[in-house]
Structures are given as structure tokens and as C-alpha cells.
Design a protein around this ligand. Sequence first.
Ligand code: LHQ
Length: 267
Amino acid sequence: PLRLERAGAVLTLTLDRPAVLNSLTTELLRALFLALDAAAEDRSVRCVVLTGAGRAFCAGQDLADPAISPPDEAARASGAAPKDIGHLLAHFYRPMLLRLRSMPVPVIAAVNGVAAGAGANLALACDLVVAAHSASFIQAFSKIGLVPDCGGTWLLPRAVGRARALGLAMLGDRLPAVEAERIGLIWRCVDDAELAGEVGTLAARLAAMPTRALVETRRALDAAQQTDLAGALDHEQALQRELGFAHDYQEGVAAFMARRAPSFSDR
Ligand code: LHQ
């Protein structure tokens, strides 16, 4: 259900169940976790791209998966209990999301089409989200009686503020990619025909950059949400000290002074 492709230092992971809009089964969630984990260990990978096969990015949890589907009327009448979907979140979604957010390389979501429910928040958990013009984001959870998961409750208000987060999450309306860019939910919206090219260029650019600095940037931004200015300044200082001893900083400054292209290798 997951396709892996390598191009230089860029690993592309394609959710590949197009007939059901790449909706997520336990098998696919597990494959995604394992692929991310392997990429984290592989020092030759310097950027990961996550995308979907066919016309959608991901329609969220596969609602037909027997692991979660509620008992039908007959089964309910004979006393069958609903499945515990919390179990699925704990054992499949949580590890995958935490693995994604702690990747030692930048992660780009190339949102090729609709991203709904857990699929929307999976895309939004990536570092840079680039969406095709025809793509859209739907916080579909409320329509089936659930709350946003995959970190949506944490991420949405941070990304777009409480008013917009509640509007999106309560109403569950389709948010077109252009609007998502306008309200600052994603990095860029590009023409459909340009998505692959734009993401390829962006991924190659990030892969050639000082990986460790990029990843510490993500971590420092997230950590700064939990602290005051003095705390953030302390954290910046500690990180800067550490990075200042590392190869990429020496190389970056040397290359700048020599007016040549830098060659970064820390990861
Ligand atoms: C699907 C799905 C799908 C199965 C389209 N599952 N087949 C976590 C843990 C535990 C429990 C529950 O939830 C969660 C988190 C979540 O992710 S909750 C949110 C789950 N996702 C949704 O509620 C979205 C459901 N899908 C839709 O609303 C629509 O499909 C969207 C708006 C995404 C796209 O609409 P259309 O472009 O009109 O496509 P479609 O609805 O015709 O779908 C195409 C096919 O894909 C269709 O199958 P069929 O055999 O009729 O061609 C759908 O049944 C199937 N599909 N989403 N989540």
C-alpha cells in the first residue's frame, strides 16, 4: 500500500491505495512508520517527500477497515460492542505521527488531491506542505462524531489561530488549497501540472542544505511554543553553540568567504 522511490538523497513515499483515495489501514500505517524509521536510520537520505497515488492525497482512516467499523444493526441488536478506536490511535497513529515529527531530515507533503480527516492532519504534520491547486483539506472528523486526531488539535490553532481552527474543525468544510495558503495553513499552492516539478526542486534544495540546522529549526520552533522569550533565547543560544562547533557551519562560512558553493554533510 506504500511505494518507496529514491532519487539521489530524496526519498519519496507514495500512499498507494488510489481506489479508496489512499485511506489508511493498519497495514498502511505500519508500513509508513517502518519506512520513516528506516529513512531516519539511513544517513544517505536527506529529505523525505510524502504524497498520494491517483486523484487524492489521503481520505483519512479507511472507514471500511474491519479493525474500526462499528457493528451493523443486526450485530448491535444481538449485543455486539463497538470497536475501541482509541486502541488504533495508540498503536498505529501515535507512533507514526511522533516518528514523522521527529524525523532527522526535512519532510515535504506534496498534496496532490483531497486530504481529509487523518489524511489532512498527516499532511499538515509535515515541515513544508505544497498543494496542487485542485487539492483541498477537510477536517472531516466532526461529520462522523469525532474530534480532530493525528495532532490536529495541537497543530491547527498554532497554525491558523483558535477562531479559524474551530471553524475548520467544527464545520468540516472543504478548504481549497488556495485558501489554505492564504490563511497560512500550508506553505504553497501551485498549479496542478507544476506540483511534481516544484516539489522535486524544493526537495533537492533542502537535501543540499545543512540538514541538522533545518531539523533543529523545526524542534526549536515547536519548543518555543511552550516557553517565554527568555526561554527561547536560552534554547537558541544552546543550539547555536552546538551548531557552531559542527562541520556545516564551518563549511557554510568558508564557502561564503571563498565565494564557492558549500558542501554540507551533517545529519
Ligand atoms: C473511502 C474513504 C475512507 C474508506 C473515500 N475510507 N473508503 C481515526 C481512527 C479511528 C477511527 C476513525 O477515524 C480516525 C481518523 C479519521 O481519519 S476520521 C475521518 C475519516 N475520513 C473521512 O471521513 C472522509 C471520508 N471520505 C470523504 O468524505 C470523501 O471520500 C472525500 C471528501 C474525501 C472525497 O470525496 P469524492 O471525491 O466525492 O470521492 P468518493 O467519496 O466518491 O470516494 C471515492 C472512493 O473512495 C469511494 O469508493 P467507491 O467504491 O464508491 O468508489 C469511497 O467509498 C472511497 N473512500 N474515503 N475514509
